[in-house]
Design a protein around this ligand. Structure first.
Ligand SMILES: [Zn+2]
Length: 228
């Protein structure tokens, strides 16, 4: 156990654990937050640039789902990775149902920077893809996780960048690995905002000889005035 986890764990004992979604006292995500998150039907994300395969999200990046994603990212709530991975699985399942695709599905997580993984101790997209593959297999679908995208260089933090700046920031940042396992590749990420990361993933995969059939994300950033 890392010191920060120990501190958090001891503080939980003293103060009482709180739900990372809403802050109510609860050991992990509370029943209300879980119920609210899983009640959302996965949907195709609107307003993304053309040229992307269908992008399905398990919810909007808002409210309790936003708080849960942030908590998982900051490694404050590892217990919610299974819940969030379930949203990725639901998004992938919605695409399989809509297209009649029988699988197998190869979940390809967007790579995290080494610095980010070192700081957080968690590669969230990789963990989400693992949890989602397990959920899909439990539902009877053939699904695996594959490290088919590598980071060539670490892009700048793009939270403050617009779509054009993000595209420039990410161009050439990823490299696709050749010869994916048998199945249709589905790119996995935690959040989609402008779609720039997914566009770079599709480009890198295409160069390596494979084309994602879809992308599945936990949550989509809501449109602001109809634009991303
Ligand atoms: Zn809650």
């Amino acid at each position: 156990m890392r010191p920060r986890d120990l501190v958090t764990g001891l503080a939980d004992l003293v103060l009482g654990a709180r739900c990372p979604g809403c802050g109510r006292p609860a050991p992990g995500a509370c029943e209300q937050c879980v119920a609210g998150v899983v009640a959302v039907r996965p949907f195709p994300v609107p307003g993304l640039p053309s040229g992307l395969p269908p992008v399905l999200a398990g919810g909007w990046y808002d409210g309790e789902l936003r708080q849960l994603v942030l908590a998982a990212k900051e490694r404050e709530a590892l217990g919610v990775v299974g819940l969030l991975g379930g949203r990725v699985a639901a998004a992938a399942a919605a695409w399989l149902l809509a297209t009649g695709h029988g699988g197998p599905v190869v979940l390809v997580p967007v790579p995290s920077s080494r610095a980010g993984v070192a700081a957080r101790g968690l590669d969230l997209p990789w963990a989400l893809a693992g949890a989602a593959a397990a959920r899909l297999r439990a539902a009877g679908a053939a699904a695996s996780r594959w490290r088919g995208l590598r980071l060539v260089r670490a892009p700048r933090d793009q939270s403050e960048l617009g779509r054009g700046e993000r595209l420039a920031n990410l161009a050439g940042a990823l490299r696709g690995v050749a010869r994916p396992p048998d199945g249709v590749p589905v790119v996995v990420d935690d959040i989609v905002t402008t779609g720039a990361t997914l566009a770079e993933a599709v480009r890198a995969g295409s160069v390596a000889g494979w084309v994602p059939g879809a992308a599945a994300v936990v949550a989509a950033t809501p449109l602001r005035g109809g634009a991303r």
